[in-house]
Design a protein around this ligand. Structure first.
Ligand SMILES: C[S@@+](CC[C@H](N)C(=O)[O-])C[C@H]1O[C@@H](n2cnc3c(N)ncnc32)[C@H](O)[C@@H]1O
Length: 236
C-alpha cells in the first residue's frame, strides 16, 4: 500500500482516481496510528461553516492548520493562498501538498514556529513567531493527542504543559489576532477534565481567550472510538 502511495505521489500530474486514492490513504503502522485520526471531509466542512458563523471572513481571513495530516481541512477552505499548515509525516505532507498546492505547508513540527530560524535551536525571545501570516484570524484542525513528547518539547518545558493537544491549543491561541477563532476537535477529556489534568493549561489559556461554543461528537473517526468534542475559543 505504502509503495503504491509513493508511486502516485512521485507523478507530476494526478488523475481524479489517484487523488481519491491518496485522500483515503491512512498510515497503518502502530507509530502513526497514535496520532493519525483524520477528520472526515463532511465534518471539516461543518467546522469551517461554524468558523464563518462566528465571524471568520472566508475571502480575506488568514488560516493556520497546525497539524494538517493528509490535508482534509485544507480542501474545504475558500482561499487556499491564505492558509499556513504544518505536518511532520512526510507522506501526509506530500499528499496535503498535492491536494492543496497553493497553501503554504511546512513538512515540519508546529513547535518550530516558535523557534529562531534558521537553526531552530532556541525559542524566539523578541516576538512570538517567524510565520509571515501571523497574526491569524482562524486556527482550525484536529491536533495530535496524548502525553507523548517529541524532539522539540524540551524548549517549552517552562510552560509546564503536559498534554500535546494542550500545547497546540495554547500556542495556537497566542498566534491569533484579538477576536480570532480557534476551532479544534479534541478528546472530550479536555472539557470533562474529571481529574483536573488541564488545570494549569486552562489557567494559561484563560489569559488569552474564552470558550464560546462546544459540541460533543458521536463516533466520527474510522480508527478510534475516543470520545471527542468540537471546541470554539475566541481570542480576547
Ligand atoms: C489527529 S491527526 C489530524 C490530522 C488533520 N488535522 C485532520 O483533522 O485530518 C494529527 C496529525 O498531526 C501530525 N503531528 C503530530 N505531531 C505533530 C507536530 N508536533 N507538529 C505538526 N504535526 C504533527 C500527525 O502526523 C497527524 O497527521
Amino acid at each position: 500500500m505504502l509503495s503504491k502511495v509513493q508511486e502516485i505521489i512521485a507523478k507530476k500530474n494526478h488523475t481524479a482516481e489517484e487523488i481519491i486514492f491518496l485522500t483515503n490513504y491512512e498510515p497503518n503502522d502502530d507509530r502513526n496510528r497514535l496520532y493519525s485520526f483524520y477528520t472526515p471531509i463532511c465534518l471539516c466542512e461543518k467546522i469551517y461553516e461554524l468558523a464563518i458563523h462566528y465571524g471568520f471572513d472566508p475571502k480575506k481571513g488568514k488560516i493556520l492548520e497546525p497539524s494538517c495530516g493528509n490535508g482534509n481541512f485544507l480542501t474545504v477552505f475558500d482561499n487556499p493562498k491564505n492558509v499556513t499548515a504544518f505536518e511532520t509525516d512526510s507522506i501526509n505532507y506530500q499528499i496535503a501538498k498535492i491536494r492543496s498546492p497553493k497553501s503554504n505547508i511546512y513538512n515540519d513540527y508546529f513547535e518550530k514556529a516558535f523557534l529562531m530560524p534558521p537553526r531552530h535551536t532556541s525559542v524566539i525571545k523578541s516576538g512570538l513567531t517567524w510565520l509571515k501570516d501571523y497574526p491569524f484570524d482562524l486556527v482550525i484542525g484536529n491536533p495530535p493527542y496524548g502525553s507523548r513528547t517529541n524532539i522539540y518539547s524540551s524548549f517549552f518545558k517552562n510552560m509546564k504543559i503536559k498534554q500535546i493537544e494542550a500545547f497546540f491549543m495554547y500556542q495556537s491561541l497566542r498566534l491569533l489576532k484579538p477576536g480570532g477563532l480557534l476551532i479544534f476537535i479534541t478528546s472530550s477529556s479536555f472539557l470533562r477534565d474529571q481529574n483536573n489534568t488541564y488545570k494549569n493549561e486552562k489557567k494559561l489559556m484563560s489569559e488569552y481567550a474564552e470558550l464560546v461554543d462546544a459540541y460533543r461528537m458521536p463516533k466520527v473517526f474510522k480508527n478510534t472510538s475516543v470520545p471527542t468534542d468540537i471546541i470554539v475559543i475566541k481570542r480576547k
